[in-house]
Design a protein around this ligand. Structure first.
Ligand SMILES: CSC[C@H]1O[C@H](OP(=O)(O)O)[C@H](O)[C@@H]1O
Length: 351
């Protein structure tokens, strides 16, 4: 049983507080939109799909309790709260896409005279609840497509060695994961020799979360410091790099955790295929290139401290962008639930 970032049943929502992992496994109840916004902004829950799912479920809980007296009031309430949730973190597109889709659903229900206020609430909430299973199904398809793509590039029944960055597993999604889903599928196919995961400073998603997931499932893995990627590619025969995404442009440029870009450059230099694994919920059809993606900058304290322990000199200034952009030219393929696309072929999916 893999770890669960999100526990939801009958309008009761709990999230695993990822700021405390791996030392402490503690679930926090999310009672409404304010709780949801805060948990996302503080990164108690993180990961593009998980952000959208938790944000939208927090709205579902609030809608159920809503004392609105008309469909018009409900529609306005929905739009205002979704726009507020989008403001919790700017780079991952999933929350914004979910908000756009749900506002369109709310408008349709509002305009349908055969739908009562109670019907509108129920139908709206069930659309949100479907996000959980949909995400898991997407991730399992990504896992299968990604594993098969990587195995196409290796001889016979040989095993593969995979490098991944950040956390893209059950702790970043509703379950199974995206890039880590590819790794899980390779493991299930008995074709995975070893995983290398980077610590992913400064939040340490790799050291604290990915390592935690891999150890939990007894998948053979080694943690490396972010600055070891070049030496690893030079000294170990890495078969492929697979990372996640927070926002993919239609030309294939990809925003992902800071450090992804330099790994892609090293992969190109060493002839290692570099893949991005992402569901279509992470692809932004409204943007044509990575230069249109807003990069979140986070507090200096995340760099100067590890937990409560200060590691940097008092008074030093910091730069803490949470993401960077990997150009499509460095990406061998974008692994989605609909198949693997060359970056230059992605835009055709939106024509
Ligand atoms: C499956 S999405 C994971 C994606 O989200 C992470 O960012 P953060 O931990 O700041 O939410 C990282 O970029 C991962 O690739």
């Amino acid at each position: 049983m893999s770890l669960r970032a999100i526990k939801y049943e009958n309008l009761h929502l709990e999230i695993l507080d990822q700021l405390l992992l791996p030392a402490q496994s503690k679930y926090v109840t999310i009672k409404g939109v304010e709780d949801g916004w805060r948990a996302i902004n503080r990164m108690q829950v993180r990961g593009a799909p998980a952000i959208a799912i938790v944000g939208c479920l927090s709205l579902a809980i609030e809608i159920q309790k809503d004392t609105v007296e008309s469909k018009k009031e409900l529609r306005q309430d929905i739009e205002g709260k979704l726009n507020y949730l989008v403001s919790s973190r700017p780079t991952a597109v999933n929350m914004k896409k979910a908000a756009d889709d749900l506002i369109a659903i709310a408008n349709k229900l509002y305009e349908d005279e055969n739908v009562t206020l109670e019907d509108m609430k129920k139908k709206f909430i069930s659309n949100i609840e479907a996000m959980l299973e949909n995400d898991i199904a997407d991730n399992k398809a990504i896992g299968e497509f990604g594993a098969k793509e990587i195995l196409l590039k290796v001889p016979g029944d040989s095993l593969v060695r995979i490098l991944t960055h950040c956390n893209t597993g059950s702790l970043a999604t509703a379950g199974y994961g995206t890039a880590l889903g590819v790794i899980r599928s390779l493991h299930a196919m008995k074709r995975l020799e070893h995983v290398y995961c980077t610590e992913t400073r400064p939040y340490n998603q790799g050291a604290r979360l990915t390592a935690y997931e891999l150890v939990h499932e007894k998948i053979q893995a080694t943690l490396i410091v972010d600055s070891m990627v070049g030496a690893l590619m030079k000294q170990r025969n890495i078969s492929a790099v697979v990372v996640g995404a927070d926002r993919v442009a239609t030309n294939g440029d990809t925003a992902n955790k800071i450090g992804t870009y330099q790994i892609a450059v090293l992969a190109k230099y060493h002839g290692v295929p570099f893949y991005v694994a992402a569901p279509f919920t992470s692809i932004d059809k409204k943007i044509t290139g990575g230069d249109q993606i807003v990069i979140e900058e986070r507090p200096d304290r995340e760099v100067t401290h590890v937990g409560e322990h200060r590691i940097a000199a008092q008074g030093i200034s910091c730069w803490n962008p949470a993401f960077d952009i990997t150009p499509a030219s460095l990406i061998a393929g974008i692994i989605t639930e609909k198949g693997v696309f060359l970056p230059e072929d992605l835009k055709q999916q939106f024509l």
